[in-house]
Design a protein. Structure first.
Length: 345
C-alpha cells in the first residue's frame, strides 16, 4: 500500500533466505524507510501544530456514534474520524476529535490507528459511542485496519521494514485482537502454512489484509513469499493457513460471504499497479471492476453490490470512490479529502 497508505517501521531481524536481498538492496530499503519516516514526522508535526487541518477542525468537532443503520459512512478526513450521510456523502460532515491514520468499524466496534508521536502508533479499539475500550501498541507504520462483521475481531497490518507492497524489501506485521476474550495475537507469522497442498516454511513469509468470515474464526488474507502473493484461508483457533489462489491481495469479504473484493496486480511486477477485482468463492471466477486506475487499498463493501475504496488525486490527496462489484457502471467520487471508508451497518 503505497499510494493510499501510511507506511510502517522497524527492521526485521530474521536472516535473509539464500538468494535474498543484497547488502546494497537492504541499505537502499533502509534509506527509503528513513525518508518516509521523516516525511511522516513532518506531517505529524504540522497536524499537531494545527497546521494542515481544515479551518475550525478542533472547535467544530462533535460527538460521533457508530450507528448501524447503514445511514452513514465512517472515513478518516484530515487525520480525524468523520462520518457522512450515505445518501449525501458530499454533504456536511460530523467531525470527531480522535486522530487516526487508518480506521474501520463494523458491528458497533471501531478501530483507529492513532499516532501518539511522530514515531509511535497504537491501535485504539472503540465502542459504539467511540469510547476507548482497548489500546494496543503496534510496531511500525499502520497500513490496514479491519473489524469483523460482528464487531468481535479486530485486525491490523503495519510495515516494519520497507515502505511499499510493490517492493521486494518490505516486511509486515499483522495482528488480531479478540474483543470477547481479550486475547491479542501480535503476528500471524507463527501459523502453520500449507502451500499448494504441502507444508511450507520460509523466513520471508509476510501477511496483510485480513478479512474474517461470519464465524469469527475463519479468515482470508494475503500471504507473500518467494516473490509471489497468495490468497490464504486461515483458521484462527487451529493457527493454520492454506493457499487458495495466486495474485490476490488485500481481500475483503462481501456481506453475504460469497465473494472477495481484492486488488490484482496487472503484471508480475506489482509496482505497475493493481486492478480492483472480485473473486467468486464458489466458482473462483474473477471479475474486474470498471475502475481502471490502480487501486492500492483494501476495498470496503458498502452493500452486497457496491465497493468503496481510496485513490489519490493528481495532487496526492485521498478521495473515496465507489464502483459496482459486478463489473458494470463506472467509478463515482463519494468523499473528497478522505480515506478508510466503512459503511456503518
Amino acid at each position: 500500500m503505497t499510494s493510499q497508505s501510511t507506511r510502517e517501521t522497524a527492521a526485521t531481524t530474521a536472516p535473509p533466505a539464500p538468494g535474498g536481498p543484497s547488502t546494497r538492496t537492504k541499505l537502499g530499503v533502509l534509506a527509503a524507510v528513513t525518508a518516509v519516516l521523516a516525511a511522516v514526522a513532518v506531517g505529524y508535526g504540522l497536524a499537531a501544530d494545527g497546521k494542515g487541518r481544515s479551518a475550525g477542525r478542533a472547535d467544530g468537532a462533535v460527538p460521533l456514534e457508530l450507528t448501524t443503520d447503514g445511514a452513514r459512512l465512517l472515513v478518516v478526513g484530515d487525520r480525524y474520524l468523520n462520518t457522512v450521510a450515505a445518501a449525501e456523502p458530499d454533504g456536511p460532515r460530523q467531525v470527531g476529535t480522535l486522530e487516526c491514520v487508518r480506521s474501520y468499524a463494523a458491528g458497533g466496534t471501531g478501530v483507529c490507528a492513532h499516532p501518539d508521536t511522530q514515531w509511535s502508533y497504537r491501535m485504539v479499539v472503540l465502542d459504539r459511542e467511540l469510547k476507548e475500550t482497548k489500546s494496543i501498541p503496534i510496531p511500525g507504520l499502520p497500513s490496514r485496519a479491519r473489524v469483523s462483521a460482528s464487531g468481535r475481531m479486530v485486525n491490523w497490518t503495519t510495515f516494519v521494514g520497507g515502505d511499499s507492497y510493490s517492493g521486494g524489501g518490505f516486511s509486515t506485521r499483522t495482528g488480531v485482537y479478540d474483543t470477547r476474550t481479550g486475547q491479542v495475537l501480535s503476528t500471524l507469522e507463527e501459523f502453520a502454512v500449507t502451500r499448494d497442498g504441502r507444508p511450507y516454511q520460509s523466513p520471508d513469509v509476510n501477511y496483510w489484509g485480513v478479512t474474517f468470515t461470519a464465524d469469527d474464526n475463519r479468515f482470508y488474507a494475503t500471504l507473500s513469499t518467494a516473490g509471489k502473493r497468495y490468497l490464504v484461508e486461515g483458521d484462527l483457533a487451529a493457527r493454520t493457513v492454506r493457499t487458495v489462489k495466486e495474485n490476490v491481495e488485500c481481500p475483503s469479504l462481501s456481506p453475504d460471504g460469497t465473494r472477495l473484493a481484492f486488488k490484482e496486480a496487472v503484471d508480475a511486477d506489482p509496482a505497475k499497479g493493481w486492478r480492483l477485482s472480485v473473486l467468486d468463492l464458489a466458482t473462483m471466477a474473477v471479475t474486474a471492476t470498471a475502475e481502471t486506475r490502480s487501486v492500492d487499498d483494501q476495498a470496503a463493501w458498502l452493500d452486497d453490490r457496491t465497493l468503496a475504496y481510496t485513490v489519490r488525486d493528481g495532487a496526492g490527496n485521498p478521495e473515496v470512490w465507489s464502483v459496482p462489484a459486478d463489473g458494470s457502471g463506472q467509478g463515482q467520487l463519494l468523499v473528497v479529502g478522505a480515506e478508510s471508508p466503512a459503511a456503518l451497518r
